[in-house]
Every structure is written in C-alpha cells, then in structure tokens.
Design a protein around this ligand. Structure first.
Ligand SMILES: [Zn+2]
Length: 192
C-alpha cells in the first residue's frame, strides 16, 4: 500500500497534483490543483494506485467492479484486472446515471464501486443506487482521491489512496495574492 507521502509524490510527478497559484472555477484561489486524468495517462502509475485499492478489498470476494464515466472507467478496469473480475461503467443518459451498452449486474453480485476523485460523492452515490436497483450488493467504495477530508459517507466500507483537503480562499483573502508574487492560472483553460 502507498503511504500518504508516496501517494502525493506519485500524483505530483505525473502532473496530476499541481502547486502554484490557481483561480478555480468557483472563483476561489488555491495553492494546489488536482487533475486526476493526468496520472491515469500512465499505466504503470495507474497500476500502483489501483493496487492500493485492490489490496484494500482483496478479502471482500469482489465479483464485479463498477465506476462512473469518465473518471471511473480506467480505475475500474485496472482494479478489476488486479482482482481478476470484470469491470463495467455507468454513464449518464438525460442526466440520469445508468448502465448502457448491454452492461448488466446480476442479483446478489458482490460489487465494488470505484471513482477517481470524490468531492461531494454525488456520482458514486448514483452508481450505488444503480447497483442496488439491479439487485447487486455494494461491498465497498474505493477512490483514488477523497477531497471531502473523509466527510463523505457512502454507508459501506470506503477506502481511498489519498485523503486531501485542498485549501482555497476567497480572492480578496488569498495569501498568495497578498504576497504579490505569483500569477493566477486557471486550470483547464485552453490557454494553459
Ligand atoms: Zn490568489
């Protein structure tokens, strides 16, 4: 298993965890920014992150791994590869989370739900509902990054590779702006 420092280093060297001075879409400023897709472009790093979750659930007789599109697809696939189970994904149709493409869950099937980043946990809760409505048994939730600071409750065994409370401030209270040193970069904008 990765300890917190090893996980942080892995996210940093892959470019998933940036440090600097960022303008978030909320308008707040932060000294860190997480874009999990950056780490998932590297199969060897993804394998290490998924191993952390696979080991956490290896005694739970997982029969199927399910993640929500897009962020959960690669995580589900790699965790399932290591647990030697199938992996499927949910996606939205008319804003409602559902199984498409002929994917199905059997009644009583033991299902692990995975996701890349959890903030409020909304997507994961919707996946849990999809699994339960199909009669599956959710045996746990595994996430790469829990940004809720461990606050989100899925009502089942939950494990994360990294718990991270990313600090942010109102723009007029930002200590980095007060220092007047660093430019603000808006992550995800086309110019970056
Ligand atoms: Zn600032």
């Amino acid at each position: 298993m990765l300890n917190k420092q090893e996980a942080i280093e892995l996210f940093k060297r892959s470019g998933a965890l940036l440090e600097g001075h960022f303008l978030l879409t909320s308008g707040r400023h932060s000294n860190q920014y997480m874009q999990c897709a950056q780490v998932l472009q590297y199969p060897d790093e993804t394998e290490k992150l998924a191993r952390h979750l696979a080991e956490a659930f290896q005694e739970d007789q997982v029969e199927l791994v399910v993640g929500p599109a897009m962020g959960g697809i690669i995580v589900a696939y790699e965790v399932a590869r290591q647990l030697k189970t199938p992996a499927i994904f949910t996606e939205r149709q008319d804003k409602e989370m559902c199984l498409r493409r002929g994917f199905s869950i059997q009644p009583g099937q033991r299902v692990l739900v995975v996701e890349d980043v959890v903030t409020t946990g909304g997507s994961v809760k919707e996946v849990i509902q999809v699994v339960q409505e199909a009669g599956g048994e959710v045996i746990g939730v595994g996430v790469l990054v829990d940004r809720s600071g461990g606050q989100v409750d899925f009502g089942t065994k939950t494990r994360s590779v990294l718990d991270m409370d990313i600090q942010s401030w109102e723009a007029d209270k930002c200590p980095l702006c007060s220092e007047g040193k660093l430019p603000v970069i808006k992550p995800g904008s086309r110019s970056v």
